[in-house]
Ligand binder design. Structure first.
Ligand code: DGJ
Length: 699
């Protein structure tokens, strides 16, 4: 709910309140829901600004910076109006949250230049989230150059915050990193033209006053800055990165910043629950919103580029026999692609490898009783491709310079409308001729050589993103029944921008169960498990060489959207039987596993996950022991999210049932002693041991 009385604006969600003095452009309060009246709070001046510009504000990083026609950077924005709009304004060309209308619009004008700054706040009461964005309008008679336009500025009281970021690299995405911010400046950002494996846009700040999470609905370069000023303010800026950013704004034109998401919660578990609710309700959309997702088999780690129709069908048949529902044909089915050096852009079937083309192959897969999915990497081009030979100018490269080739490929210049239209045509054709029910959209390199004829260099990164969003928006609209899964060499572009189009995302190319624990735990701070692709792969693992028991590989993958990615025909009968049981268990519990309230568990010697049904009557917990030394220290765990006064029956898969109270299970550091199995000790030494518990409320 948004209420405005004079200059005081109050925004309430179910459990939080934000109060702003619109005239002073200051935050008065953000935190736990207030129940007292606040309309007369105009006597409070916090000095904590909702935006800042050079020439006016103290010397902290500014939220908006632009060069005036007079050659200066100064701007003195004065309050012009504050209105509650009945409908949320369309965020032109960018993905955005949906499902709430009422929006606070605040307008500030610089009298000298007539440039206006608009700030927008939309309140998502059900998930305790406020979505904030900004827009600059050039009301002057001359061109201005925007050097920075942040979506959100939040000046917080005090310093000494702990900042959590999700960091890593290819195959090591979104590990949780914590830092004390006790002065100075800290930046979490990406300059790679993608939200990146290295630094996700989600950030979390914690103090004795609670936890605040911020995220950005954007998939390109982003920047989150934390600065303390020595006078008891910590400034947080969230938005597009100003790295090499220089946007020409002609008279009458406007620049819209992507939407930022903020959420307050008393602690980090509650923050994740709120972020998950927001993503499921207001980001993911279309047919697959809140729908149970199919269990898939993907041939990538089973065959890589070496396959033919017979091999694919044999894997599909084995998959069907264990109950898998969707067959996904990964990289290597098009042009003459037998390795990663060719054919990107030639989205026509390699008849030799697909047995006469996608249409026939898809029909045969459907004949087995499964749906058919296909891999594409639409934003890329190989120099060895017919597309490149016909249209070398479609590639992103700077004239006269040798381009950087990552994974032997170049990128398409998606900032160019011609190229965008080509991609829409080519990918529409792949989907139409195969009738694919699922599409995996990959993106396997970072951006370099940014250049487009006629495009201002400082605009390129963002113009690329606008082009990319135009293409995915068209395709998703054209094929509303298709389940799209995003992918970027694993989880390199796992962000809220992409989740507006792709209901799920491939979490990481690291499929090692042990490594996946930290990756999935980190990812879960911001993104619900229904968006996390998680596959059981071969043992030893192809990325790390580690061995992990099939049960552990399954348990950990079952905490996301389950898939299998290995050559099922190469497994023993016993393993195939075990997989059939896994698949059947997942199907029975899919709703709980994919959409239950999700908690990270941390015990002595253990790490895990837990999902709890909304009514708290059922739960599944996966507890993993990371090491297995001789005479190991005892391990324990505390469960979360249960009803304290209820009695639960606890049953380990395949074990005996027993009963205990919810408060006991959540407080008692439950000892878990039976991990060590002498029979399998040698083969499993160094591997992750995993146990799955089912909890059912009895009274
Ligand atoms: C990177 C993806 O993350 C993998 O799953 C696979 O699709 C390969 N690309 C194919 O090139």
């Amino acid at each position: 709910m948004i209420k405005k009385r004079g200059r005081i604006v109050r925004m309430d969600t179910a459990s939080t309140t934000m109060i702003i003095d619109a005239e002073r452009a200051e935050y008065i309060y953000y935190g736990e829901r207030l129940h007292s009246a606040t309309e007369r709070m105009d006597g409070v001046s916090s000095g904590r600004k909702i935006f800042s510009t050079p020439g006016k504000d103290a010397y902290l990083e500014y939220g908006a910076v632009f060069e005036n026609a007079d050659g200066g950077f100064a701007a003195d924005f004065v309050y012009t109006h504050g209105k509650i709009l009945p409908e949320k304004p369309i965020v032109q060309g960018l993905p955005s949250a949906y499902g709430e209308g009422k929006t606070l619009e605040l307008k500030y004008t610089d009298a000298g230049t007539k440039v206006c700054l608009y700030l927008y706040y939309t309140v998502y009461e059900d998930s305790d989230v406020i979505v904030v964005s900004s827009k600059l309008v050039n009301g002057s008679k001359k061109e201005i150059r925007v050097r920075r336009l942040m979506s959100l500025q939040m000046d917080l009281p005090g310093d000494g915050y702990t900042v959590t970021t999700l960091e890593g690299a290819w195959a090591r995405e979104r590990h949780c990193v914590r830092r004390e911010i006790n002065g100075g400046i800290f930046v979490n950002d990406s300059k790679r033209g993608m939200s990146s494996h290295a630094r996700n846009p989600f950030v979390m700040l914690q103090s004795a006053n609670g936890t605040i999470g911020c995220n950005l609905i954007y998939s390109g370069n982003h920047k989150e800055t934390f600065e303390t000023d020595g006078n008891g303010i910590t400034r947080v800026l969230v938005g597009m990165n100003d790295f090499m950013f220089d946007w020409k704004l002609l008279p009458g034109e406007s620049l819209q910043a992507p939407e930022a998401v903020i959420c307050y919660a008393p602690d980090e578990d509650e923050l994740s629950l709120r972020m998950h609710a927001f993503v499921s309700e207001h980001i993911v959309r279309g047919k697959w919103k809140k729908r149970e997702r199919p269990i898939l088999i993907n041939n990538w780690e089973g065959t890589y580029f070496q396959f033919d129709e017979e091999k694919l069908l044999s894997i599909a048949k084995a998959a069907r026999e264990v109950g898998i529902e969707l067959f996904v044909l990964d990289d290597g089915w098009f042009g003459h692609r037998d390795d990663d050096t060719s054919s990107l852009g030639d989205w026509y079937d390699n008849a030799k490898k697909t047995g006469g083309g996608l249409a026939q192959l898809a029909e045969k897969i459907r004949g087995l009783g499964m749906s058919f999915g296909i891999w594409v990497e639409p934003e890329m081009i190989s120099e060895d491709s017919d597309l490149y030979r016909a249209h070398p100018n479609y590639a992103m490269k700077i004239p006269g310079r040798a381009p950087v080739r990552m994974r032997n490929q170049l990128m398409l210049n998606m900032a160019d409308e011609k190229v965008q239209n080509y991609v829409v045509r080519a990918i529409s054709d792949v989907i139409a001729r195969s009738g694919a029910e699922y599409v995996k959209w990959d993106f396997n390199r970072s951006m370099t050589d940014c250049y487009g004829k006629g495009i201002v260099a400082g605009e390129y990164f963002h113009r690329y993103m606008l082009g990319y969003y135009r293409v995915v928006a068209k395709l998703v609209k054209k094929f509303p029944n298709v389940l799209f899964e995003g992918c970027a060499g694993g989880g390199g572009r796992y962000d809220l921008g992409n989740l507006c189009y792709f209901p799920q995302y491939w979490t990481s190319d690291d499929t090692d169960a042990r490594e996946r624990i930290a990756i999935q735990q980190g990812t879960s701070y911001a993104y619900p498990q229904s968006t996390m692709g998680a596959h059981v792969s071969a043992c030893p693992n192809h990325q790390t060489g580690n061995t992990n028991p099939l049960s552990a590989r399954y348990n950990i993958a079952a905490c996301g959207v389950l898939g299998y990615e290995l050559d099922l025909t190469a497994l023993s009968e016993a393993d195939r039987q075990a997989i059939a049981e896994q698949v059947s268990f997942y199907k029975e519990n899919r709703k709980l596993l994919q959409y239950g309230d999700y908690y990270r568990l941390h015990g002595k010697e253990t790490e895990g996950f837990m999902v709890v049904s909304k009514d708290k009557n059922r739960a599944i917990a996966v507890v993993n022991r990371m090491r297995n030394p001789i005479c190991a220290p005892y391990a324990d765990i505390r469960f979360k999210g249960l009803r304290a006064a209820a009695i639960y029956e606890i049953k380990e898969r395949g074990g005996k049932a027993w009963c205990a109270g919810g408060d006991f299970l959540m407080n008692a550091d439950l000892p878990l002693r039976e991990w060590y199995d002498f029979k399998t000790a040698a083969e499993n030494s160094g591997s992750v041991m995993s146990r799955m518990f089912l909890l059912e409320k009895r009274s």
